[in-house]
Each structure stands twice: as C-alpha cells, then as structure tokens.
Design a binder for this molecule. Structure first.
Ligand code: TXA
Ligand code: MG
Length: 322
C-alpha cells in the first residue's frame, strides 16, 4: 500500500481515537513511547504486520515486540512464569521486554514473532501510548519506526524523515524520555538471558531475579535475537569509538568536557549523566550525520555500566563494518 500523505495526529483524545481506528483497520501508525517511537500495527492481523516489514525494509526473520496496556493483557497471550510476574510487577510499565512462550490460544499472528514459538511482550511507560493501546483493544506490534538498519527515532520528525508517505499516521507526543530501546530479556529458557541491553539496566534486573546471562555475540549462525545483527543504528558517516583526540573533519559526540578541535560537537551530557546521554544519543547521531563540513563521527569513551551498556551497544553497531 503506497500512501501519499501521512497524518500527523495530536496526542489528545481525538488524535488517539483516530490512531486507534486506523490501527484497527489494519493501517500502520507510528507513536511515541518512553524509549523510542514505534511503528505500530494490529499484531493479530498478519497483513498489517507484513506491511510493517515492507515499510521498514525489515528482514522477514526479525520478530516484533507486542505492546499491551497492562501486564494482565500481555500475560493472556504468553505463558508467564514467576520471574515474569516479579519483573512485570517491578518494571512495567517500563523499558523492559520479556520473551516468553506463546500461549496455546495466542491470537497474535505468527508473522509478528517471525514464526518463533516465543513472543516478546512489553507495557510501555507512556501515557499516550497506553491510552492508544487501551483504545485499540488489540496487541500492537511495533518495531522502532525507522528504516531497517538506520538510527532509531526519538521524535515524530525523525519518523517522518524516513517514513512519510509510507505509513498512515504518526502520533506526535514529543521526544522520547529514555531514548534507547527496551531491554530484551529472554525468559523462555532455564535461566534469564539478556538478548539486548536497554532502558532497564542489568544491575536492576539482577537485583530482582539474580544472575542474568548475556546472549553470546551472534556467531555465524542465526542469532538468537535477530535484532543483534552487527551493523545497525547506522548513520551514513563512519563512526569511530573511544576517541581521545579529534580534528576539524570530526563531528564529536561528547560525554563530559568535549575534546578540543572538532568540526562540530554534540554534547550527550556535560555532567556525564547516563540517563541524559541515553535520551540524547540518537538525536546526536542524526545531527552529526548531517551537520556540514564533517566527514566522520567520533565518540568519546562512555563507561560500560548502568545505561552505558545500552548506549555502547548501540554505538558499537553504529561503528560496525557495513
Ligand atoms: O523500546 C523498544 O523495544 C521499541 C519500542 C517501540 O517499544 N521497540 C523496538 O523494537 O526496539 P525492534 O523491533 O526495533 O527490536 C525488537 C528486538 C529485536 O532485537 C528482536 O530481534 C527482538 O526484540 N525480539 C522480538 N521478538 C523476539 C523473540 N520472540 N525472541 C527473541 N528476540 C525477539
Ligand atoms: Mg529497531
């Protein structure tokens, strides 16, 4: 379906009602969450879900997260164990996605989970998103609302830059507060495995359920979480990590006192606050990718603790060979 116009909807009653109608009719609607903007479709409608893959140019094998307005709704579609219940109680609504076995009578289209026998579920901590999910009354499949492999969007403008004319509407609810995607935790095996670091830190998860394993880096074979493909979140300019010196051809992504001499600088957080840096990360990559006079992006070192793990994960992918 090729659309000429994408509606920009207000985050109030009328905008939410329109967005819900569109979703229920099988159309694609992008909406803000606390992490990043999602590209939503009715997860029970395989045609609508297929349209997500087409709009994003997303490889078919990459499964989507289902969004729900509350834990009870999510746990009606998957088999939730004790860990899942404890984590939902602690972190939902919030930036945590749980991968669990599909329930026997799960109405979510198989395409949503790319044919896997597990389903990724999440309850976003965002009033407009929650109102939309309640009003839609269906699970909403939503990957980040960017073209596959590109930087994730944290504003409606970012969404329109990549998807205008390809989707029915975007609900503009302002910038995303967290700025990196949800942590994806696989609870379908014998022990919890973190498939993607994100808005909930490993430390916070471990305080709740004990040791959390990290998925080994994808080695040749199909990765367990296909979103862990090496090159991802990629700006068009080359990205250099842990930069200790820069020159005028560099656009500097600064964390704390900026290195001198860069052609342009985007400050993630002058006070080295991880939450602020996460919230500004994708905005910074987008900015440095288009500011004139810069040929490459240089990133100052960021510690690998707390939200730094999610930030560095995204930066590693942005810097990976293409
Ligand atoms: O914060 C977020 O999670 C955002 C917002 C919109 O909710 N969504 C998002 O979706 O980042 P996406 O599609 O860009 O990333 C989903 C990740 C991918 O790495 C995918 O492979 C993984 O979750 N995933 C989804 N279902 C899975 C499953 N059944 N088993 C393993 N990994 C799964
Ligand atoms: Mg994504």
């Amino acid at each position: 379906m090729q659309l000429s116009m994408t509606e920009i909807l207000t985050p109030d009653d009328s905008g939410i009602a329109r967005a819900a109608d569109l979703l229920r009719a099988g159309a694609l609607v992008a909406f803000g969450t606390e992490t990043v903007y999602g590209l939503g479709a009715d997860a029970t409608n395989a045609d609508a879900v297929a349209a997500i893959f087409a709009a994003k140019n997303r490889p078919r094998f990459n499964p989507l997260i289902c969004h729900y307005p509350a834990a009870e709704a999510a746990f009606a579609h998957v088999v939730a164990d004790e860990h899942a219940r404890v984590l939902a109680e602690r972190f939902w609504p919030g930036p945590l996605t749980l991968v669990l076995p599909r329930a026997a009578d799960c109405p979510v289209a198989l395409l949503t989970g790319a044919g896997l026998d597990t389903l990724a579920v999440r309850v976003p901590a965002h009033d407009v998103a929650l109102a939309l999910l309640r009003r839609t009354g269906r699970p909403v499949a939503a990957p980040s609302a960017n073209r596959s492999g590109h930087v994730s969007p944290t504003t409606a403008t970012h969404v329109l830059e990549e998807l205008a004319g390809r989707i029915a509407a975007v609900v503009d609810s302002g910038p995303s507060r967290v700025g990196v995607e949800s942590t994806v935790l696989d609870l379908s095996g014998p022990e919890p495995v973190m498939l993607r670091p994100g808005g909930v830190t490993r430390e916070a998860l471990e305080a709740c359920v004990g040791r959390v394993r990290t998925a080994p880096p994808p080695a040749g074979a199909a990765p367990r979480s296909p979103g862990l493909l090496a090159s991802h979140y990629a700006p068009s300019r080359p990205v250099r990590l842990s930069a200790l010196a820069v020159d005028t051809s560099d656009g500097l992504l600064a964390f704390g006192a900026p290195l001198p001499g860069a052609g342009a600088t985007f400050q993630l957080s002058a006070s080295q606050d991880m939450a602020e840096a996460a919230a500004r990360l994708f905005e910074g990559l987008r900015y440095l990718d288009r500011v004139p006079g810069v040929r490459r992006i240089a990133v100052m070192p960021i510690p690998d603790t707390g939200l730094g793990l999610a930030i560095n994960d995204r930066l590693l992918r942005a810097a990976a060979p293409r």
